[in-house]
Design a protein around this ligand. Structure first.
Ligand code: PLP
Length: 407
């Protein structure tokens, strides 16, 4: 089946968080007139396979408590094996109502109050919240920016900080939001070996695992040697890949029975047990009946990445965006404008009237960057880039006028 990703679906008249200023204006100085390219969901209708599964639930006309049947776990195992070469045994999969809650449960399970958790900033900001809101100590080993805009890990710094702070848990973003880096097997093995050596449990957030571009290959921590797997917790979901974030279902996969029992105890204490029927059927629709949608979506978003990178380099100097390989989130380098956080926000909101995620939300290492959600129609993307272009030009003209006036 052919899907048309250029088709515009109005979302401003729905309950969409991204498109409804009543829900989000607090993030953007109360503004209600922004074109939204921030929160990470897609502006695309879901696959027919998913809709058929939802229809089956609707046809039942009763929406009482639901459970996970065998087909759910078979679907998860099927996709993970076929797409990522990962073997998933049913008993290793625990239900969590989203990955952000899973991070919170992991922090509470494996780290005592006052003990330390390490992350690599700039990184998805709920990582920091899960640590700090639970009274644990946040330790940061920043990513290294390489020439050309790629990022790497700083192994020496990571190990030193683990030792100095007696870190208990590492939260890895694989692939990395917001910088779009797809970690290589060697990189993962190296960082995992440091964790093993110092008895630090590794949690790999793999929510963006299917979103690979330009031929990049995803490596799950679940494909690493057994001793690493036994020291790891892996979180994945259909939510980013198939645009189902609102269903609030994710898988937390834990090989080590002892770690699994401890995590399960936290879930039980928090009464996390039951999914809703749409989530269970939706996941099956994704993993069994959405391959055509998935493959076309990847091509379309890859086109958006190329379009945005080319547009920015040709027309919005001094900004740049590299053609990243993982996630549908672009990382625009606006440091050349030499603006502070508030000034850059003002440029985006008051002049361009576009809502981006600001780089500084992901830690001070992200200052001067903008994260753009590229899972929109090409027309929306072009409109946003044009608005940004005009805002940058008008600011530069303004700056030039001021300079002339001063002379
Ligand atoms: C790295 C990462 N983890 C987790 C989430 C959100 O997970 P959930 O909606 O399942 O809580 C996101 C959403 O953007 C993300 O980028």
């Amino acid at each position: 089946m052919h899907y048309n990703f250029d088709q515009v679906h109005r979302r401003d008249n729905t309950l969409s968080l991204k498109w409804n200023p009543n829900f989000y204006s607090g993030e953007f100085h109360g503004r209600t007139d922004l074109l939204p390219l921030w929160v990470a969901d897609m502006d695309y209708a879901v696959s027919d396979g998913i809709l058929k599964r939802f229809q089956k639930v609707l046809d039942g006309k009763i929406f009482g408590y639901a459970g996970f049947d065998a087909e759910y776990f078979e679907a998860v195992a099927h996709w993970n094996k076929k797409r990522h070469g990962v073997e998933i045994r049913r008993e290793t999969v625990l239900f969590t109502p989203g990955i952000v809650p899973a991070l919170d449960y992991a922090v509470r399970t494996f780290v005592k109050e006052g003990e330390a958790v390490i992350i690599q900033r700039p990184v998805y900001y709920p990582f920091a919240k899960a640590i700090e809101n639970n009274g644990r100590k946040l330790v940061n080993s920043p990513l290294l920016e390489r020439p050309g805009g790629d990022y790497g890990m700083n192994y020496a710094d990571f190990e030193q900080k683990i030792v100095e702070n007696q870190v208990k848990l590492f939260i890895l973003c694989n692939p990395h939001n917001p910088v779009g880096q797809v970690w290589k097997r060697e990189e993962l093995e190296k960082i995992a070996a440091i964790c093993l050596e110092h008895k630090v449990i590794m949690l790999s957030d793999e929510i963006h695992y299917d979103l690979m571009f330009y031929g990049a290959k995803f490596t799950s921590v679940l494909t690493l040697p057994d001793e690493i797997k036994n020291n790891s917790i892996v979180c994945n979901a259909v939510s980013k890949t198939f645009n189902l974030a609102g269903l609030q279902v994710s898988n937390t996969i834990i090989h080590n029975p002892e770690l699994r029992a401890r995590f399960r105890q936290t879930l039980e204490r928090s009464h996390v047990a039951l999914p809703n029927a749409f989530a269970v059927e939706g996941v099956k629709g994704c993993y069994y009946e959405s391959d055509d949608w998935y493959e076309q979506m990847i091509k379309y978003i890859e086109g958006n990445i190329t379009f945005a990178a080319d547009y920015i380099s040709a027309r919005i100097k001094p900004l740049s965006m590299r053609r990243h390989q993982g996630t549908y989130l672009g990382w625009i380098d606006a440091r050349g404008l030499e603006l502070g956080n508030e000034q850059l926000a003002d440029l985006c909101e008051a002049r361009a009237k576009v809502a981006f995620d600001y780089g500084y939300w992901f830690g001070p290492e992200g200052e001067g960057f903008l994260r753009i959600n590229l899972a929109c129609t090409r027309a929306t993307l072009e409109q946003a880039l044009k608005k940004l272009e005009r805002a940058v030009q008008s600011r530069q003209k303004g700056a030039l006028l001021k300079l002339t006036f001063r002379r």
